[in-house]
Design a protein around this ligand. Structure first.
Ligand code: ADP
Length: 559
């Protein structure tokens, strides 16, 4: 065996601090604009951001935080949170972003499981911190992200962020850390069981930021003003706080007001060109645009993901407002970006309807992610756009194991099973049909709940819809649509069922429709189907009472 011949290039580690250092040095005057919790707009530059991130690093070291230790954040999208994104990992500690929308018991569990030493929090969360502090005895200090004049009245003794960092001079050189050391910790929402931690490394964070920036991904550049509506407490706001400084893009951080009007005004005032968020948020924005009769003057594209983007939303953005929709798929365990729907040259030559059908899917992987779908026997399924199976992924920004679950690997043959069910078409486009646990198993065949939801929300009277499985004596499970109507709209069960005719295979036709006032959502704005299934556990479908006569009699023939 001959020894390998190594390349003779500098072994410069990929560190998170290098992103802000780059932006400060080469895009020093580019702005970061934040709508503050205090109510006003704050504006400064990448140069100032780096200095303050360094001051934070110095302050945390002065408080005795060691490398590898975790520092939690409970904060909206804003410049102080951004400083924590760089200041905490910058000196070797781990920035643990906590989702404040989780139940307080889950948050306490996460803080204790992560063993957070300090927690930085926005003052809106002062009552939450008072509730959490007695349950988190190992936290050495709670730091309010504000100045002395806005320090909230609290039972818990707290430190003040501005006072802490003012005491430091910001003359600090980022250390050259091992790029494999931990940078950021994020927990999954834990819709089933306790939340699990995904511990990213400096290397994975930087590679993910590169990947997210590519032209066929978010396509960020120094000419962009990018608005992450997706929260910085949820999977790194899809990597935008890292990718924006990598490209020198202007960063616009919306704070806590995510209603359509507030977002629209911020977008217009700051010349936002690219915005990213979950479909629920865009519903609010579209509703505002229509009601106010206004249009975007600078927005060119929106990245939509976190749950399936309904085709009706895609059309609304593209046809009514001329804004490109980039449908994206990913998950906490993947940092999170996996695929994005952008057409290649050949696809863009096809008829318009065929192009649209592709854009409704979740798209193609970015370099760095590899995917496959497998059947129940673990064998890979064909990419024919028809066969659907469990989606497995691997790559340098996919987790290898969960934080502090050293025994047992989640991997199967070196691949991470996502828990999603999908098809892949001959173009290599992924189409998520369901979460494994949400798929409707009718007579041994699978019905995609997402597809049925997409049809329901395309009805002009429907604001939101969920499709869940209901027990059926003959078919095991059949689809039930639970829908919320738009304010003032009227619609009958029969009218909505009729709307499905011709849009889905006959045996996919929902068996019933129920209208309710509000659907349950997870902490991250996704439909909480677990709760809905519990709510409708004893629901009896009309077809279940009359199985001989049920409209499914013909289904077998249609399969
Ligand atoms: P959570 O913390 O709620 O699990 P994640 O963002 O990690 O949040 O959730 C990932 C899951 O969200 C994916 O496994 C998938 O089921 C769903 N998801 C994300 N993006 C999409 C999308 N574009 N279409 C359909 N489902 C999606």
């Amino acid at each position: 065996m001959t020894a390998p011949l190594f390349g003779q290039m500098m072994d410069v580690p990929l560190t998170v601090s290098s992103l802000i250092a780059h932006a400060a040095r080469y895009h020093g005057d580019t702005q970061i604009v934040s709508r503050r919790i205090e109510g006003d707009i704050h504006r400064y530059t990448y140069r100032e951001c780096e200095t303050r991130a360094k001051q934070l690093a110095q302050a945390l070291m002065a408080l005795g935080v060691a490398r590898g230790e975790r520092v939690g954040t409970l904060a909206w999208n804003g410049y102080r949170h951004l400083e924590a994104y760089f200041g905490v990992p910058g000196f070797g500690a781990v920035c643990h972003t906590i989702n404040p929308r989780l139940f307080p018991e889950q948050i306490a569990y996460i803080i204790n499981h992560a063993d957070d030493q300090y927690v930085l929090f926005d003052i809106t969360f002062a009552p939450l911190i008072d509730a959490l502090a007695p349950q988190c005895p190992n936290v050495r200090g709670w730091i309010a992200l504000t100045d002395e004049s806005h320090r909230p009245a609290m039972r818990t003794p707290v430190l003040c962020y501005e006072t802490l960092i003012e005491a430091q001079d910001g003359r600090y050189e980022w250390p050259q850390l091992d790029e494999r050391s931990a940078s950021v910790l994020c927990y999954t929402s834990g819709t089933t069981g306790n939340p699990k931690g995904a511990l990213y490394s400096h290397r994975s964070s930087v590679l993910h930021a590169y990947g997210a920036s590519l032209p066929d991904a978010m396509g960020l550049s120094s000419r962009d003003a990018v608005l992450p509506v997706v929260p910085m407490f949820h999977v790194n706001a899809w990597g935008i706080p890292h990718a924006a400084p990598l490209n020198g893009a202007k960063l616009v951080l919306p704070g806590k007001d995510l209603d359509g009007k507030s977002l629209y005004e911020l977008m217009e005032a700051e010349g936002v060109t690219c915005a990213a968020g979950v479909p629920t948020v865009w519903l609010g924005l579209l509703a505002h645009l229509r009601a106010a009769g206004v249009r975007f003057s600078t927005l060119t594209r929106t990245v939509i993901g976190g749950s399936a983007c309904p085709p009706a939303m895609l059309r609304a953005f593209e046809d009514e407002y001329g804004v490109q929709v980039i449908h994206a798929w990913g998950m906490t365990e993947m940092s999170p970006l996996g695929t994005l729907a952008k057409l290649n040259w050949a696809q863009s030559q096809r008829p318009l309807e065929a192009q649209r059908a592709q854009l409704e899917k979740q798209g193609r992987v970015i370099y760095g992610v590899d995917m496959k779908i497998v059947g129940p026997d673990g064998k890979e399924l064909p990419w024919d756009g028809v066969a659907f199976g469990d989606l497995h992924v691997r790559g340098p920004w996919v987790i290898d194991r969960y934080f502090r679950q050293e025994s047992g690997t989640p991997l199967v043959d070196g691949w991470f099973p996502t828990g999603d069910v999908a098809t892949i078409d001959p173009d290599g486009f992924l189409h998520i049909t369901d979460r494994t646990k949400d798929v409707i198993k009718s007579g041994g065949e699978w019905i995609s709940s997402i597809s049925l939801e997409n049809v329901a929300v395309a009805h002009p009277a429907v604001a939101e819809a969920a499709c869940i499985a209901c027990a059926h004596p003959r078919w095991t499970e059949r689809p039930l649509i639970v829908a919320v109507l738009k304010p003032g709209a009227t619609l009958t069960r029969e009218e909505l069922l009729a709307f499905f005719v011709g849009k889905v295979a006959k045996w996919w036709m929902p068996d019933d429709v129920v209208f309710i006032n509000e659907l349950p959502h997870t902490a991250t704005g996704k439909l909480l189907k677990l709760k809905l299934r519990e709510q409708f556990r004893d629901y009896v479908l009309p077809t279940a009472l009359d199985t001989d006569n049920c409209p499914l009699g013909e289904n077998e023939a249609n399969r």
